[in-house]
Design a protein around this ligand. Structure first.
Ligand SMILES: Cc1cc2nc3c(=O)[nH]c(=O)nc-3n(C[C@H](O)[C@H](O)[C@H](O)COP(=O)(O)OP(=O)(O)OC[C@H]3O[C@@H](n4cnc5c(N)ncnc54)[C@H](O)[C@@H]3O)c2cc1C
Length: 353
């Protein structure tokens, strides 16, 4: 029997969608070009919030806030089901000056997001002045989240086909009839593209109005014996994410370099200079990596059915916040597939020409 859905791409979005479809009783196969969870979803920081939410549209706010509200329960049930701890921690995010104080406080108040001014030296040794703490902002540890999702998809009966790169679609009478992959032909009743930054290229002429392209981000990793501070720190676009075991991720860059995900000395130097301006005695990095974000205009993903092809869906283009959005966007697509109303369903996310 054919699977109900063939999902293309096994990042946080593809695996979350597989999980949601399996839970709803569908038969799911996922085809992944390499190994699941090794691209943007692995490379990301795992902050479960936009950096400066007030810089984004309501379409981004609605999706991120809905997902953020579901994450704690989702991580707890994922851990119970798999035995893998995705390290969901409500570490809070602390904004360091300079930032748009009035704008941030007003936005938080109007969106029921807790925030309060604090003395920086109380939270971060070596810093002076005051900052704005958003205590409810959480993080996850991406590689662990991805391992847990992968295991859960398999436990729910999903089939994961790794080293299966999809290279073309067979279309007849406005229906996908099969996919050509590096391992031969695959068929299903419905098809879902969750190929992150590669989604538009993969769809080729069938991408129509979808606008997704890669934007590189680089991260440096540091290791301390004990975490040097407890909160995520944010200064402009520079962030520090402290993990429980003393690792601290510092990022990131936003670079238009096509599908090149190599790391550069230039980015490393820039990040180290910015770190040194805050913390002069910071250690040397233990790792440096890059990933390709699936960039979309305004950071608004495409979630829904193809405008013309009746059994083809997409969930891609989550740009800087795909891990944050992953829980809600899987629910939103499921509602779209089943024709149920969903509080988040608006034309802004639809796949239109
Ligand atoms: C440096 C950096 C920091 C980030 N920080 C955060 C953060 O703190 N919080 C947050 O929420 N988000 C963050 N993000 C963004 C987030 O990581 C992405 O939005 C998210 O991972 C996108 O998930 P995805 O599943 O769509 O894409 P991906 O994780 O890239 O997965 C796509 C998958 O599709 C596969 N694929 C591609 N083409 C094919 C094909 N032809 N056939 C089969 N498989 C294919 C790929 O191999 C890949 O596994 C960050 C990203 C980067 C790079």
């Amino acid at each position: 029997m054919l699977p109900d859905f063939l999902i293309i791409g096994g990042g946080a979005v593809g695996l979350s969608n597989a999980q949601a479809l399996l839970r709803a009783g569908y038969k799911v196969t996922l085809a992944e070009r390499g190994t699941t969870g090794q691209e943007a979803s692995w490379a990301g920081g795992g902050i479960l919030s936009p950096l400066c939410s007030w810089d984004y549209s309501e379409a981004v706010t609605r999706l991120t806030q809905c997902s953020m509200g579901m994450f704690e329960a989702a991580m707890s049930s994922l851990q119970d089901a798999t035995g893998i701890d995705p390290e969901y921690i409500k570490s809070g995010m602390l904004l360091l000056p300079p930032f748009q104080n009035e704008r941030a406080i007003t936005w938080c108040a109007s969106h029921q997001v807790a925030s309060r001014e604090i003395t920086l030296s109380d939270a971060v040794p070596g810093l002076t002045g005051s900052g704005l703490l958003m205590p409810d902002i959480a993080q996850v540890r991406n590689p662990r989240l991805l391992q847990a999702l992968r295991r859960h998809v398999q436990k729910l009966g999903g089939v994961i086909l790794e080293n299966h790169e999809v290279h073309s679609f067979e279309i007849e009478n406005y229906q996908v009839t099969g996919l050509q992959t590096t391992q031969g032909r695959l068929c299903a009743n419905n098809y879902l593209v969750t190929a992150g930054a590669w989604s538009k290229v993969l769809l080729g002429e069938y991408a129509l109005g979808m606008d997704v392209h890669p934007v590189r981000g680089q991260i440096l990793l540091f290791k301390f014996d004990i975490p040097p501070f407890g909160h995520i720190l944010l200064q402009d676009s520079l962030y520090f994410i402290p993990r429980r075991d003393g690792h601290v991720l510092v990022g990131s860059t936003l670079e238009e370099t096509g599908f090149d995900k190599s790391t550069t000395e230039e980015a490393k130097t820039m990040l180290l200079q910015r770190i040194a301006a805050l913390f002069p005695n910071w250690p040397s990095p233990v790792k440096h990596w890059a990933g390709l974000r699936p960039a979309s205009p305004g950071n608004v993903p495409t979630i829904g059915r193809h405008p013309n092809i009746t059994n083809l869906y997409a969930n891609c283009g989550h740009f800087r916040y795909g891990v944050t959005m992953s829980v809600a966007c899987a629910g939103l697509l499921l509602a779209e597939i089943e024709g149920h109303p969903h509080p988040l369903m608006t034309d802004e996310y639809r796949w239109s020409v």
